[in-house]
Design a binder for this molecule. Structure first.
Ligand code: NAD
Length: 318
């Protein structure tokens, strides 16, 4: 029992590229974990990241960062997977699937062999299909495998209206559900500020809220990754912050509602697929998926997203 109490909190990060290294940095700054293990096929790059991160420790929170192999996933509360090929300009997330699926076939069994009791959080794209693949390959209970899913898209779907409405994005309550990708679904029917639906809020604020305004907000949300990749080649700050938020909810047993990707069972008739819905996250991982009252268009969009993801999963052999 005392071993349990005194065990340092370890987080393993597989893939120390843009997303993995940025997440490791934000995790170190947060002080949430005392041990951060970086695992990467490019050992030299991971070593450089670990050295750089360790040199920040005297100036910030205590913590230890080192480069390990899969054996050092042992005892990690959460293993975050960001390894894989990055999206190229003009390439859709789904195009990446077969390149990354092969990497996962190698990687996931090694993680689970060394850490059968931890939670696995996937961020590699296409995140929904690879989270499903991770669940299948790992044999872990469904609660302990999740994907970052639309946590990033949902953050963007709070930021974009905040700019239009002139309020703090944290005061915008709106969700993107379904695929993290082109078929994602905006839940307009429940989007609100202080409990006021967007059209009511706009009327009070005297700002436009017609179909055109709303379409533009969604397009900016859906296409944000393409816009950023065109300018700087990759996206990593916002997604790393999203991963940190999920890890925080797990490590601190917060019961936070976040839009993450997990196994869907009998949700408007949708089953056997990973996609994002508002989900309660605590130390067990996925505590529960919230059953939203969606309108018909939203349900139809969610079904399309599910069909597309299930088809791709099957094509890849999952
Ligand atoms: N889910 C999201 O919201 C979101 C957002 C941005 C990026 N991403 C995805 O995250 C992934 C990583 O993006 P990035 O910009 O960090 O890419 P990156 O190329 O900078 O980093 C990927 C890292 O994975 C490592 N790697 C490759 N194969 C490996 C293997 N077999 N074992 C261990 N390590 C391996 C590489 O050496 C590299 O360091 C991509 O799939 C990208 O599309 C997801």
């Amino acid at each position: 029992m005392s071993d349990q109490i005194h065990r340092p909190v370890r987080v393993a990060v597989v893939g120390a590229g843009n997303v993995g290294a940025t997440f490791a940095y934000s995790l170190l700054m947060s002080g949430l974990a005392s041990e951060i293990v970086l695992i990467d096929a490019n050992q030299k790059k991971a070593e450089g990241e670990a050295m750089d991160l360790n040199h920040a420790v005297p100036l910030t929170q205590p913590g230890r960062v080192w480069v390990g192999d899969y054996q050092e996933c042992a005892g990690a509360a959460v293993t975050v997977i960001t390894a894989g090929a990055a999206q190229k300009p003009g390439e859709t997330r789904l195009d990446l699937a077969s390149r990354n699926a092969d990497i996962f076939r190698q990687m996931v069994p090694k993680i689970v062999e060394n850490n059968p009791n931890g939670i696995i959080l996937v961020a590699t794209n296409p995140v929904d299909v690879l989270s499903y693949a991770t669940w299948k390959l790992s044999g872990l209970p469904k609660e302990r495998v999740l994907g970052s899913g639309t946590i990033l898209d949902t953050a963007r779907f709070r930021f974009m209206p905040s700019q239009h409405f002139g309020v703090d994005p944290r005061s915008v309550h709106a969700y993107i559900i379904g695929e993290h990708g082109d078929s994602e679904v905006p839940v307009w029917s429940l989007a609100n500020i202080a409990g006021m639906r967007f059209p009511v809020f706009c009327e009070q604020m005297g700002v436009g809220c017609d179909k055109e305004h709303l379409n533009r907000i969604f397009e900016q949300t859906r296409d944000a990754a393409y816009q950023i990749i065109e300018r700087k080649g990759a996206t990593y700050y916002a997604v790393a912050t999203g991963i940190l938020r999920i890890v925080e909810a797990i490590l601190r047993d917060q019961g936070t509602v976040l839009s993450v990707s997990s196994l869907i069972e009998d949700y408007y008739g949708i089953s056997d697929v990973f996609l994002s819905l508002p989900t309660v996250i605590d130390r067990a991982g996925v505590e529960r998926i919230l059953r939203l009252k969606l309108d018909e268009r939203e349900v139809e969009g969610l079904r399309k997203s599910a069909d597309l993801l299930r088809d791709l999963g099957r094509k890849l052999g999952f």
